[in-house]
Design a protein around this ligand. Structure first.
Ligand code: SF4
Ligand code: SF4
Ligand code: SF4
Length: 501
């Protein structure tokens, strides 16, 4: 008899007193956990297939279902946790690399949760955002060091191309292929309604979405999938993807099974062929090489589009950013190690890279020290979860943030971390037509608009509380921040004082 070393992670608890055997759970679960036994007129389930996505729980009409953590436990200790033992057994069984989705879940410090924001009192009055104007608009792009005038004293219009955003938020890169058509449509429509931008990711731009070009960042990654002149000129900005927070130092891989129909056409590769993005760009081995690509893209778009260079937050990120700021790029995007992904090797996701808060503070300081901070705008991502995270990121030096996981949560994602399996029960990380239909873009885009409308109100309230009336005044204003429970070195890198000082 074969020995099964692995216990199911979850158990599906069904309250048979409530269950009316409607079989909705069976229809809703793409993982085939639920099964109807006709002889017994009873539902049963295979717990081992459950990924805890809560689709069946949310749609059970009688609230008969609950997903609970498996009661089976390994004899674990501090060194050998149940998770470590489980992963080892899985690899001993499969001989394969472990794959994971979404961001790093490990127990590293979340610095945003150890930073507190100031409020004004008495001598520096707070501002009421309901009665006073509060400016959340930001402009991204290189800013000139000085104003130039012509012979008649008129200001010369020599401003490099800028992105204008109604608030300091953009939707981060998620490719068509890793997420569904309906998820992309929701993001594009929400970006247009909100006056912000969404990002194609590395999969090219579906022909239906060219109409959202003014609210689109088109990405150029190492695989160069779907990149052509019309594509480059269709967006408001171009992003060169050099790295990603969830998998620094390695490339991407969308299996051939997902390269079908529109996805194959959009990526300009044959159906069924694996879409492999190499780890490096094979034409970039130095800042000079990067500069050539930046200027090739500017040349291809008549110098009208800002160019973003996206990198993962790694140990020497400040030095790398300094080089990028000199490469001609207009915007640097830095992706922290908690950033989400459709699929990444688990060991890379969980052990490579650094927190975005430290990377941001280090990059902002270095660029200021070198006198080149205004050459570029800084956009940061990697688990921005709330308006408070945005306020703290801006005060640490960011011009804007990227959100992705938070946007997917607004669309219905339940963080089951199984995107790589391609059977997302919420219609987001899947290309299976019956599943894609479950995400209604009409509802999806409104939920995204609601989320960011709420966040914009909260940002204004927090700024008003500090006596600050614009994002520009908050940017890099570290006096507005204090640390709690951080050591001297952490405070030094973040450039903030400890609470009580
Ligand atoms: S959806 Fe709920 S009521 Fe319907 S079969 Fe499943 S557990 Fe029973
Ligand atoms: S995978 Fe999702 S839908 Fe299926 S049983 Fe588990 S929670 Fe329910
Ligand atoms: S997008 Fe779908 S598969 Fe991915 S974590 Fe969210 S619910 Fe799970």
């Amino acid at each position: 008899m074969a020995v099964n070393f692995l216990y199911p992670d979850y158990e599906v608890a069904r309250n048979y007193d409530r269950c009316i055997v409607c079989r909705a759970c069976e229809r809703q679960c793409a993982n085939e956990v639920h099964e109807y036994l006709a002889d017994a007129n009873k539902m049963v389930c295979d717990d081992a297939k459950c990924v805890n996505c809560h689709r069946c729980v949310s749609l059970c009409p009688t609230r008969a279902l609950k997903i609970v953590k498996s009661g089976n436990i390994y004899k674990e200790n501090t060194n050998w946790s149940g998770k470590t033992i489980n992963e080892l057994y899985r690899q001993a069984g499969s001989g394969g690399v472990l794959l994971s989705s979404m961001g790093n879940p490990e127990n590293y410090p979340v610095y945003f949760d150890k930073i507190l924001v100031n409020a004004s009192q008495v001598t520096n009055p707070s501002i009421d955002p309901l009665r006073e104007p509060m400016e959340t608009r930001v402009f991204l792009g290189a800013k000139p060091q000085c104003i130039e005038r012509d012979g008649d004293g008129r200001i010369k219009n020599n401003l490099p191309p800028q992105l204008s955003l109604s608030m300091p938020v953009m939707f981060s890169a998620m490719s068509y292929g890793s997420i569904s058509y309906n998820a992309h449509e929701s993001l594009a429509r929400a970006a247009e309604e909100l006056g912000i931008l969404y990002n194609t990711g590395e999969g090219g731009l579906h022909e239906d979405f060219y109409r959202y070009g003014g609210n689109t960042v088109v990405q150029v990654a190492s695989g160069r999938f779907g990149v052509h002149s019309e594509y480059l000129n269709s967006g408001a900005a171009i992003e060169i993807k050099m790295g990603q927070g969830a998998k620094p130092g390695i490339g991407g891989h969308l299996p051939g099974a997902k390269i079908v129909g529109d996805i194959s056409r959009t990526r300009m590769i044959p159906e069924g062929s694996d879409a492999i993005s190499p780890a490096p760009h094979h034409d970039i081995y130095s800042i000079e090489d990067l500069r050539q690509l930046v200027y090739s893209l500017k040349e291809a778009t008549d110098y009208k589009k800002p160019v973003i260079v996206k990198i993962a937050a790694v140990h020497n990120v400040a030095v790398i950013a300094s080089g990028i700021a000199r490469s001609g790029a207009d915007i640097i995007a830095i992706d922290g190690f908690r950033g989400g992904t459709g699929a990444a090797p688990t060991r890379i996701r969980d052990h490579v890279g650094i927190p975005i808060e430290l990377a941001l503070a280090g990059v902002d300081k270095r660029l200021r020290d070198e006198g080149i901070r205004d050459n570029v705008s800084i956009v940061v991502g990697g688990s921005i979860r709330s308006s408070a995270d945005i306020v703290k990121a801006v005060a640490l030096g960011a011009d804007c943030v990227y959100i992705a996981s938070a946007a997917l949560l607004a669309l219905g994602c339940h963080l089951c971390r199984s995107c790589h399996a391609g059977k997302c029960n919420w219609g987001i990380a899947t290309q299976i037509p019956e599943l894609v239909k479950r995400l209604n873009p009409e509802i999806g885009y409104k939920r995204l608009v609601n989320l960011l409308t709420a966040w914009r109100h909260e940002i204004k309230e927090m700024m008003g509380g500090m006596g600050i009336n614009s994002i520009e005044s908050l940017k890099g204003n570290r006096l507005m921040l204090r640390g709690v429970g951080l050591n001297e070195k952490e405070l030094e890198i973040l450039g903030i004082k400890h609470a009580g000082e």
